[in-house]
Design a protein around this ligand. Sequence first.
Ligand code: ADP
Length: 429
Amino acid sequence: MSKSELEQYKQYASTRLSQIIPMLQRYAMGDFSENIEIPEKEDEFTGILVGLNLMLDDIRELIKAETDRAFRFSTKVDEIIDTIQTAARGDYSAHVKLSGKNDELDALAMGINMTIEDVGESIKEVERNKELLQEKIKDLEKSDLAALNIMEDLHETAERLEKTQAVIQQKNIELEKLSSLKSAFLNITSHELRTPMSSVKGYIQMLLKQKLGEINKDQKSALEVVHRNANRLDRLIQDILDVSRLESGTMKFIPKDANVGRLVCETAETMMYSAALKDIKLNTEIGKGIPDLFIDQERIKQVIINLTNNAIKFSPDKSIINIKAKNEQDNVLFEVEDFGRGIPKDKQDKVFETFYQVDSGTDIKFGGAGLGLAISRGIVIAHGGKVWVESEGKPGKGSTFKFTLPVKSVKDIEGRFKAIDIFGLKNNK
Ligand code: ADP
């Protein structure tokens, strides 16, 4: 290229550049609205300008996309702010709509929605707890009131109880006085009754034995009736006397050395006449080598009399009663055996209870108040022994009442007797 040609080209390029530069300046200012005009006549600048225009297209597209995105973002942010404000006003059902594009805005919306739901649930829970709390407070207020009422009631009841207690105490004092009066009365009366009864019985026996002159058959049977009834009355008086002594704790025991054979025979002797009235044979059987016992003889005689008397009562006429005593290791065993109606197995313990009669309908006719065996049991136990009955419970097979007394006597028989709760009164206290 010649110098002039070069000069000419420089001139041309400067003109072209002066056309292009203002456009470039606009672009630099951020105005990409217009493309650079490309002259029809192609030259060295055409390729650059076409490339520049393509770049301008790309830039405009990019700017549009970014603007769209910014617009969407700002709309979403507005919606989010609205939703949060709605929730803040208490509507926790408010939620941000999802675009479905699964982009970061959807993720943000989902996060906000979950937070609003959580807050809503928590607030509901708080509300529920508040209601529960209020109910509890009401309940507490009610129970407070109830407790107060109960306290008042209790107070009143305590006052009433105190008054009743005072009345009961007074009544108890009166009762104790009455009871000791009654015991004293029973004691005196039964004593007073027993003395004349002894002479009545003595004279009847003398009459029956014809020691005061001969008696005819009718007189004899009449006297026998009197004798039977006198005996009944005597036993009853004895029972009453015992009960009053038991009650007042004044039952006396005076232990002495006693010969068992003699004691049994003497007792049988006193029962002979009652047995004879029913034509009953009384046998005694005393074993060998029985040692003397340190006992209250009168009380043990009373036991044997009770047992023999029952045996006579519940045996048929013309039967046999055996009274036995024998040595058995550390004890002496006493037995009164009859062949009467017997005692059923389930009643055998009960007969030793006070006022118990196997057949309450008929047994009363035989006389007695259901006390004899209970008292006898007390006497035997106080002496350190045991008493029981053996029977098949079949009529004719009878029963055998047995009791033991220890060879080595126990101490304080009287105290032991007092400790026995014959009437079952102590359990009721
Ligand atoms: P009671 O004074 O009424 O005879 P007991 O305590 O001596 O009182 O006897 C209680 C009851 O035991 C009698 O009523 C009777 O039912 C029964 N019983 C006692 N001994 C005999 C016996 N040998 N045979 C049959 N039953 C008896």
